[in-house]
Design a protein around this ligand. Sequence first.
Ligand SMILES: Nc1nc2c(ncn2[C@@H]2O[C@H](COP(=O)(O)OP(=O)(O)OP(=O)(O)O)[C@@H](O)[C@H]2O)c(=O)[nH]1
Ligand SMILES: [Mg+2]
Length: 225
Amino acid sequence: MSQTPANDPTAANEGRRLFFARPWVFIRGVPAMKFLPPEGPPEVAFAGRSNVGKSSLINGIVGQSGLARTSNTPGRTQELNYFVPDGFSGEGADLPPVAIVDMPGYGYAQAPKEQVDAWTKLVFDYLRGRATLKRVFVLIDSRHGIKKNDLEVMSLLDKAAVSYQIVLTKADKISALAMPKLEAATRELIRKRPAAYPTILSTSSEKGFGIEDVQAVIAEFALGR
Ligand SMILES: Nc1nc2c(ncn2[C@@H]2O[C@H](COP(=O)(O)OP(=O)(O)OP(=O)(O)O)[C@@H](O)[C@H]2O)c(=O)[nH]1
Ligand SMILES: [Mg+2]
């Protein structure tokens, strides 16, 4: 456990850095709710439209480019994929301190409709029914902003009282001037949403921008505040 005083940003930053310096491993792909691991460590999940950059951001966070599979083609991630720091048996008291869950995208995907419907149902069932789910990062492509199906997911999370946080992705694709405007507009859109965490994070997996801010949130759940 961390000995980091909550009010010491330097020590907290060092704790975050060390936590993500270790290797992470893939432990399970979940194609349906009945294959979920037993509820144990705190989980943080990455949700968002297909192709928004969920898997790329996870790779950036753990500093391993090939851990989560990414693709130009929407619909790459097809299961709930569990990633944990290496070195935990996962049994008894030897549970990992946190699990990162990559998810299939919603919205559109280059796959048969029945398959996309099944992934979407899996994502929605998981999001509303997992007691150990501590934070959902809802990823939004900076070029497109919040879309109708993002609002649907946010409403589901509000209803289920699951804490979520907006992460703008692909910040390298819009101008530095446009970013603060997008952040302000997004802040306004979530202002009255009860389960939305007020701080919006802006990231680029391509340029390595904003990754440490997401790491800091995950490290807090893993190491304690
Ligand atoms: N320019 C830029 N491209 C990015 C960034 N993040 C991801 N991409 C690209 O976006 C595409 C989709 O990335 P993924 O990480 O596979 O997206 P995903 O949300 O996991 O997609 P699905 O699993 O299909 O839902 C890939 O071609 C990535 O290289 C970024 O920060 N900047
Ligand atoms: Mg993916």
